[in-house]
Structure formats: C-alpha cells, structure tokens
Design a protein around this ligand. Structure first.
Ligand SMILES: [Cu+2]
Length: 294
C-alpha cells in the first residue's frame, strides 16, 4: 500500500505540469454573466437551429413561469426530446435571446437513481477509509452516472464485457494530457475492432462534472468523430465523481482556476475486476489490446 501511495505521489508530481484548466476568454466572460436556475419540461426541439421550446417554472428575479424558446449547444440539442424534464442555468443576453447551459436530466426516476448511487458510493468510500483506493486485483467500485446521452448508467451494465476506462475533462487545454488520452482510447477502440475483439466497452469519466454535463460530453464525442457504439462518456454529481476518483486512485486538485490531475487507464475484466492499470501518459494502445486478447 505504501508503495502505491508513493507511486501515485510521484506520478502526480510528474503530471502536475500537464493539465491545466485555463479559463478561455469565452469561459471567463460567461462566468461574469448572471445566470438563473431553471426547472422545466421540453415541449419541442428544433435540431437545425439548436433551439428548445421549454415550459419552465418561475425564475425569481428574471421572469414568471411560461413556455418559450431557448438556444442550446449542439450536444444539448442532440440529447433533447419533447417531454423531458430538465434543470439548467439560463443566461439572458442583451439582445433578448435566452441561452440554456448546464442542462441536466431532472426526471424523478433518473434523479433518484443517480442520487441513491452517489449515496451508496459515499458510504462505501467512507467505510473503506484509507483503503478506498482499489488496486489491481480488486473489483471496480459500483457507480451510477449519466452517459453522454443523459441516460443513467450503472457499473453493472458492463458485466460480461471488458471495460477500458480512463478519466478526462473536456476543457483540458494541454495537448499531451486529456486530448492525447482520448486519441489513444480511440486508437485502442479501432485496434481492438480490427483484432476481432468483441464484448469490450470504452468508458471515459469526467474529472470536471461542474462543466461536463451530458450535452457537453456529447458535443466532445461528436466533434472528434468518436464511435459511441461502445465508447461512453460519463458524468454525474460532484461528490460521486470525487469518490470514484479516490477509489480509482486519480488525484485532482484545483490551483485557482487550474485543474491539475493525474492520469490512469484501467482494464476491467468481464467479472468487474481491475486487471491492468497504466498510470500517466506512457502506454500503448496495442498493449491494452494484447491484454484484452488474453
Ligand atoms: Cu487533462
């Protein structure tokens, strides 16, 4: 255990220079804009214009409840369906246009499943205490998160399949950290397919759930042309992500606006056991494929 801790600290020190979440001009100007929490139901979706018609509850300080149009990102538009309940942040513009960001599913079934999952994970992490970190040979922790489509995904869904898992965030601006990790996951997915390996799933969990909503992850995958038939991007409540990172041994630390983190890439057996782990950026897609073939 001691060796593991030292190993992690070392790789953290090496990787610390890596990934920094710099605030772009757009992000910082967005941060200065006043936002208002919204709860409502999607009435219709205009995919071409990226516009949702939403019936929303009263928004104190902004407007009473009504049915109106909001512009959204491409990823949020792609996920939206009439009849969905959502919560989001409204950003009014001076031109009288209203934008929705931070869109999350808000139907009772999804919310209670994800909350129950986060609570169970919290308890499990507390009970494990200093032994929260799961080494190779242990089972992966249970989790309930949202995928990039806004669907609830539980760890159990991957039983019977191998899972290659890593941790990234979409705003990571450092080319050799998260962007490179995503490229290598894609390369592994393609190599595994060419090698005829079936029953393998690729999973990237966000380190930055405050920004990475299902719609943001959807946009991230779409912009990169990622084949999401067996590659999902997961997000969820901040406390659940924090507990998962502790259990998977991924270190993360905010230094002002900068998010510094380590990288870990894991292979999980069809029975849910962690069978291989690569820390940092130095691993080869073909090594993971070779391990999948065993
Ligand atoms: Cu990164």
């Amino acid at each position: 255990m001691k060796h593991v801790v030292i190993g992690l600290v070392l790789s953290f020190a090496i990787a610390v220079t890596g990934c920094r979440r710099a605030q772009s001009a757009a992000a910082s100007s967005a941060a200065e804009e006043k936002t208002y929490p919204l709860k409502g139901e999607i009435v219709s979706v205009d995919q071409a214009r990226h516009v949702l018609v939403v019936t929303h509850e009263d928004i104190p300080g902004l407007m009473p409840g009504m049915t109106m149009e909001f512009s959204v990102s491409a990823g949020d538009a792609a996920n939206a369906k009439a009849g969905q309940r959502i919560r989001a942040q409204v950003i009014p513009s001076k031109t009288g246009n209203f934008r929705l960001e931070q869109i999350w599913p808000d139907d009772e079934t999804s919310v209670s499943a994800v909350e129950a999952g986060a609570k169970a994970l919290r308890q499990d992490t507390m009970i494990r205490g200093r032994g929260a970190y799961r080494e190779v040979g242990e089972n992966m922790p249970d989790f309930t998160l949202y995928d990039q489509n806004g669907r609830v995904v539980q760890a159990g869904r991957f039983r019977g399949k191998m899972v290659m898992m890593n941790f990234i965030f979409t705003r990571c601006p450092v080319a050799n950290m998260c962007p490179a990790a995503t490229q290598k996951m894609m390369a592994t997915q393609s190599l595994a397919r060419k090698a005829g390996i079936k029953d393998v799933e690729f999973v990237s969990i966000t380190l930055d759930p405050a920004y990475d909503t299902p719609g943001v992850l959807k946009g991230y995958a779409a912009e990169r042309g990622i084949d999401t038939s067996n590659f999902s991007f997961l997000t969820g409540p901040e406390n659940a992500i924090k507990d998962l990172l502790a259990q998977f041994g991924v270190l993360e630390e905010f230094d002002g606006p900068l998010l510094k983190h380590t990288l870990a890439t894991l292979l999980i057996s069809p029975e849910g056991k962690i069978i291989h782990r690569a820390d940092g950026t130095v691993w080869e897609p073909q090594d993971f494929v070779a391990k999948m073939q065993r």
